[in-house]
Write a protein that binds this ligand. Structure first.
Ligand SMILES: [Zn+2]
Ligand SMILES: [Zn+2]
Length: 503
């Protein structure tokens, strides 16, 4: 009987409603006092560690590819709503497999800035506007240990939920900032241990964006974590999720930092509209360019195949509109995906919403069925496919065709041949697309033909792999069409790839 009463009490405790805003304020005040947050106007911290290229894994069953950070400094100015993040990185001992700049040659400087609604990167002495990054970079200021407490205190919507986890008494403090829902975990030591939100990703939908703060130390009257470990992506869905880790070696609260001045070119910058420019390559074959990532439309007797759906839905809608203009009255039956990197697969869902079948490397099937095309929440940036949920109730199951050796799209007259690329470090899910009659070879991330008159690129491992695969498959190539870059002759490709690598 006593046991039953004890159980009843435990159930009542578990069922207790979340504490109200009053309790949340008390939790935040205790944490602010413990961490010295009220007195922190700026904070600068330095260390070393690693960061990783989100969405650029070698294959979908692996984590993001990492780079060693040999020097890292971040300066946060809470009153100025600015952040500067400056780091030096190199390949180090991390496995040189995957995209996002892998393998890094020598050392690379990265400089990421945000001030108010303006974001930019600095390369050398040049400020490159990054307007699309501004919202999340500004958000990230308020996900820092002290920034979280300041933003939660200023919020009118804050709540607190007490819970016991592995014997520890924790409080989840939640609030909404703009379109972002933010949850922070505060320990019984009144320290911010974890801050989590979700940001929109064309591939993952509402994507976990999380910092874990551990090994707090005292820096004057301020406590700051000395291990900062960050996630983008959800390991439950996708092994890719470890994004950055910094081991902090020095912290300067209220360092005398000059206000961050926004360059005029950055202040004036806006996200450029999606541009589409098409060019006929052969009868029934068009290259649809205009941005950084291109597509190729191939007309068949009673359907169209599009090679590559890069970036996001906005790009796909513009490319699809251009395909309809060039080839009226034929459905897009196939969309060919060169590889799973997010910048090359982020537009696929739009084609699936148009009833196209995705043709991709066989190693992508599970990831595309369980993640990319899965009807998981897309609350931050709903897309067309998410309005069709639940498609699995009807005959709307998305079609995926996978390629292991050779796949032929044909109408009996024209053929488009798809081959997996072997021996590549960039991705092991890579396809090339070949039009045998037109002798056109389409590739992504292997060889971007340079613009006429431009300095030819130095040969690299991906170009050598392309040459090797052309030989292996005995392809008779006249023209190379890059998903990046332009259109070039095979003679130009061979001249570039046969140069000594040291040039
Ligand atoms: Zn890639
Ligand atoms: Zn690319």
């Amino acid at each position: 009987m006593a046991r039953r009463f004890w159980l009843l009490g435990a159930i009542l405790l578990l069922a207790a409603p979340p504490a109200d805003a009053q309790d949340a304020r008390a939790v935040l005040q205790a944490a602010s006092a413990a961490m010295g947050a009220d007195g922190v106007r700026t904070i600068q911290y330095s260390g070393t560690g690693w960061n990783a290229a989100v969405g650029q894994s070698f294959n979908p069953a692996q984590d993001w590819p990492r780079f060693e950070i040999t020097a890292y400094t971040r300066t946060l100015d809470y009153e100025g709503r600015s952040s500067r993040e400056e780091l030096t990185r190199r390949q180090g001992s991390y496995l040189p497999q995957g995209g996002g700049g892998t393998p890094l040659q020598g050392e690379q400087q990265q400089r990421f800035y945000v001030s108010g609604a303006s974001a930019w990167n600095v390369q050398g002495t040049t400020a490159a506007p990054a307007p699309a990054a501004a919202e999340v970079r500004q958000l990230d200021i308020w996900l820092s240990p002290h920034g979280f407490l300041k933003a939660a205190m200023a919020s009118g919507s804050v709540t607190a939920t007490p819970l016991m986890l592995e014997g520890r008494r924790l409080t989840i403090v939640s609030f909404t900032q703009g379109k972002f829902r933010i949850n922070g975990t505060i320990t019984d030591q009144n320290l911010v241990e974890r801050v989590q939100t979700w940001v929109p990703s064309p591939v993952l939908g509402d994507m976990v964006y999380e910092h874990r703060y551990t090994d707090y130390k005292d820096f004057g009257s301020v406590k700051f974590p000395t291990v900062l470990h960050s996630h983008q992506g959800d390991p439950r869905l996708n092994p890719g999720h470890n994004w950055m880790e910094i081991r902090v070696t020095s912290v300067q609260p209220n360092a005398a930092v000059a206000a961050l001045a926004v360059p005029d070119t950055v202040r004036a910058a806006t996200v450029p509209p999606v541009a589409v420019e098409s060019q006929q390559l052969a009868g029934g074959v068009w290259r649809i360019a205009g941005g950084t990532h291109h597509s190729v439309a191939v007309e068949f007797r009673d359907f169209v195949a599009v090679v590559e759906a890069p970036q996001n839905e906005a790009r796909s809608l513009a490319v699809i509109a251009e395909v309809r203009r060039l080839i009226p009255n034929k459905p897009i039956r196939y969309v060919v995906n060169t590889h799973h990197h997010f910048d090359h697969s982020g537009g696929l869902r739009t084609y699936v919403a148009e009833s196209a079948t995705v043709v991709t490397h066989q190693q992508n099937r599970e990831f595309y069925e369980d993640v990319l095309l899965y009807p998981a929440p897309r609350t931050l940036e709903p897309d067309r496919l998410s309005t069709l949920y639940p498609w699995f109730a009807g005959n709307r199951v998305p079609g995926i065709e996978t390629v292991s050796q050779k796949y032929v799209v044909s109408d009996g007259v024209r053929t488009l041949d798809l081959y997996p690329v072997q021996g590549l470090a960039h991705a092991n899910t890579m396809l090339i697309a070949y039009l045998p009659t037109e002798k056109i070879l389409i590739n992504a991330d292997l060889y971007g033909p340079p613009a006429p008159g431009a300095q030819p690129p130095a040969p690299n491992a991906s170009m050598l792999a392309l040459r090797q695969n052309i030989q292996r498959l005995n392809l008779d190539v006249a023209q190379h069409v890059g998903i990046h870059g332009t259109v070039g002759s095979h003679a130009d490709f061979m001249a570039i790839v046969n140069r000594p690598a040291s040039n």
